[in-house]
Design a binder for this molecule. Structure first.
Ligand SMILES: [Zn+2]
Length: 118
């Protein structure tokens, strides 16, 4: 069962046997680069957030407030409505090295695949 979404003709959407949507993304796609002002080849990777800096102002303030006896700064989240997170694709222009992020869909699984003649 393979259907191509109108949003992004480059991506192959597919339903896995247990019903969850997963996505196959080609490793290299041709898309618009704002610096080159034209379509160039971009290498694709999945964005991952960086490590929290413990010495940043906000984090220090948060930890100070969290200290001692009393309530938490923010309520603990006990139930989650969503089971998936939105994936962000990191596209790097192979011509100039400009990196742009592309906000993704809610997916359980993202796979980078090599597409021949894509
Ligand atoms: Zn570029």
């Amino acid at each position: 069962m393979l259907d191509i979404c109108f949003l992004s003709l480059l991506y192959l959407h597919r339903y896995s046997p247990n019903g969850w949507l997963f996505l196959k993304v080609p490793k290299v796609i041709t898309t618009y680069c704002p610096r080159c002002k034209g379509h160039t080849e971009h290498s694709v990777s999945i964005y991952k957030h960086g490590k929290r800096r413990t010495l940043s102002e906000g984090q220090r303030r948060y930890l100070a407030k969290q200290e001692g006896y009393g309530s938490k700064r923010k309520p603990e989240q006990k139930r989650f409505a969503k089971v998936t997170k939105k994936t962000v694709l990191k596209l790097k222009c192979q011509k100039c090295g400009y990196i742009l992020h592309r906000r993704g869909l809610r997916l359980k699984k993202v796979e980078l695949v090599e597409v021949v003649g894509g």
